[in-house]
Design a protein. Structure first.
Length: 269
């Protein structure tokens, strides 16, 4: 790993350790449930949940009787994950690790999952190779990625206009929500890829309440605010963000709609 890549990994680690990610993850438990359901996790399967966070998908897979590893670049999140596992009376092997360098042999797992996680790793081609490498022949990779044109995709493009440009080797996270891009990652590796567009409905009393929650608890926006507020540039970003959230807010139901792709990449047997 070059010094430039290593420095970026350290930055990503600090970003996801900021705030209280569990208060974000709990908002998208239905997304994790969709991921595990699509993977058809069953007793005895070997399952790897990459960028597990506080364990949404890993815990559900363990409840189904699978042997589960939850891997994340930010092991600080495992304190909550372990507590949740104890409450649910399941066992998960929590491992500090990098989606771009999975510490497992080829074909180790029957199922490889990630719920709104691997799309934030910087080198998409490296991640796709690693996910495919550790999945056995006849196995299945299932990813839930925020769509490029949805609420989260727009947020990251907005922040990208205000923040310094990342290194040249970094691919933007919203690309993981672009069907053509994802096909271009997995199909050359021999995987058969299928897509289904779904929506997560995130309950909040108002767009302002949504923004305040993410300002307080979501690592990427916390770090963006820390960088931009001293320059007087956070307020204009926040104003644009609020107008964006209003477009995705359904006042009758009191929800912010965040679209995602449910992606299945199957390895031939």
């Amino acid at each position: 790993m070059t010094d430039e890549v290593s420095t970026l990994k350290d930055k990503h680690h600090a970003t996801w350790a900021a705030g209280d990610y569990d208060l974000i993850a709990r908002l998208i438990e239905d997304v994790a449930a969709a991921c595990v359901e699509r993977a058809e996790v069953e007793p005895g399967l070997e399952v790897l949940d990459v960028a597990t966070g506080t364990g949404n998908a890993a815990l559900l897979a363990a409840q189904r009787g699978a042997r589960v590893v939850g891997l994340d670049l930010t092991p600080e999140l495992f304190e909550v994950a372990r507590r949740r596992a104890q409450e649910m009376r399941v066992e998960v092997d929590w491992v500090a690790g990098d989606a771009e360098a999975l510490p497992y042999e080829d074909g180790r797992f029957d199922r490889v999952l990630s719920t709104c996680g691997v799309q934030f790793a910087p080198r998409h081609d490296v991640v796709a190779r690693e996910l495919t490498r550790v999945c056995r022949r006849g196995g299945r990779i299932v990813l839930c990625n925020w769509t490029a044109d949805g609420k989260i995709g727009e947020l990251f493009r907005l922040m990208g206009r205000f923040l310094p440009k990342p290194p040249a080797f970094v691919s933007p996270p919203p690309l993981w929500g672009d069907e053509a891009h994802v096909r271009g990652l997995f199909e050359p590796l021999g995987a058969e890829v299928a897509f289904e567009r779904r929506s997560a409905e995130i309950p909040f009393d108002s767009p302002v309440a949504y923004i305040e929650h993410f300002e307080a608890y979501y690592g990427p926006t916390i770090k963006a605010k820390e960088a931009l507020e001293p320059q007087g540039r956070w307020a204009p970003l926040r104003d644009e963000w609020l107008e964006m959230v209003k477009r995705f807010y359904r006042p009758q139901e009191g929800v912010v709609v965040q679209d995602y792709w449910l992606i299945t990449a199957s390895k031939p047997g």
